[in-house]
Ligand binder design. Structure first.
Ligand code: RIB
Length: 300
């Protein structure tokens, strides 16, 4: 099977700052870099590095051709990418001394998906394939509906959260991977177990994975629930940690791992991404993750 990531590509402009800007403040940046990012691109690269046959669909402007090359450099199939007549999406990412980030997004070509694009793109998939979505492109609910009609497994990372998400056809989503903020927006609950309960009442067939930052993660379905601790690391930059988690988790699940094993490996990959600066540049290779996972397991 293959996984089609239908998602965003961003040119990431990353600034290191001692603290996040306050209203009216002007602050010189200590360091600047430009790199490849976007939740779609990052998750595609994480899936591919984990070992998945990964395809990518989305919109790109002429100024972002290096993002296509980045995907291809990780063996992601880009034949479904659409060149748009608008600038590529971009992100202004501020990283503070604690390694936390604050991100400003400009959608650009990420927001040019049409209904015709969706039908044509999904023609490349067969029943049993999976589609992985985030919330940085337009028409996500339409993609969920069309993908489900065709017998695809639908995985949704509803990030970043938006007010309309609660009205999306979530009952058609097989795997929902979200953080507590997105969980609150979807359910009105703050407690992780209460978020999972509310989602499973609404969508009993769903697999819910809640990421809890340094508190680890929670997996829940209709009959089972488990917790995974986070691997302790010194945080350099949390950007793309969630994307790394999602890619490694779903490649593990699709290759036949049980949720507990896939969750642990995804937690290890995500923690490694936190130790490194950048978005896609911080995503570890499979061999590195497996080595570190063995060390973590020995130490516990
Ligand atoms: O999840 C990290 C990503 O969010 C960055 O690469 C940035 O482009 C934003 O989409």
């Amino acid at each position: 099977m293959k996984t089609l990531v239908y998602g965003s590509l961003n040119i990431d402009h990353v600034y290191r700052l001692p603290h996040f800007l306050r209203p009216g403040e002007t602050l010189p940046s200590e360091k600047y870099s430009r790199g490849s990012g976007g939740k779609g691109l990052n998750q595609a690269i994480a899936l591919a590095r984990a070992g998945m046959d990964t395809w990518f669909a989305g919109g790109l402007g002429q100024d972002g051709l290096f993002l296509k090359e980045a995907l291809e450099g990780d063996n992601v199939n880009t034949s479904l990418l659409k060149m748009a007549d608008v600038p590529t999406g971009h992100a202004i990412i501020c990283v503070n001394d604690e390694g936390e980030n604050a991100i400003l997004l400009y959608g650009g070509a990420n927001q040019t998906v049409t209904e015709e694009d969706i039908l044509r793109t999904l023609d490349a998939c067969a029943p049993g394939d999976a589609v992985l979505l985030q919330n940085e492109i337009n028409l996500v609910p339409e993609i969920i509906l069309r993908a489900k009609e065709r017998g695809l497994t639908v995985v949704l990372n509803p990030s970043p959260a938006s007010p309309d998400m609660a009205n999306w056809p979530l009952h058609m989503v097989d795997w929902l991977i979200l953080n507590e903020v997105e969980g609150f927006d979807l359910t009105g609950q703050r407690d992780p177990d209460a978020i999972a309960d509310a989602l499973l009442i609404r969508c009993p067939a769903m697999h819910v994975v809640l990421t809890l930052g340094p508190e680890g993660s929670l997996y829940a379905d209709a009959t089972s629930r488990l917790r995974q601790q986070a691997m302790p690391v010194d945080a350099v930059d949390t950007t793309a940690a969630g994307d790394t988690f999602t890619g490694y988790l779903m490649q593990g699940i699709f290759s036949g791992m049980k949720p507990a094993e896939a969750l642990r490996r995804a937690s290890c990959g995500a923690a490694m991404a936190v130790e490194r600066p950048g978005a896609s540049a911080s995503i570890p290779a499979r061999a590195e993750v497996e080595k570190r996972l063995a060390q973590w397991t020995e130490g516990n």
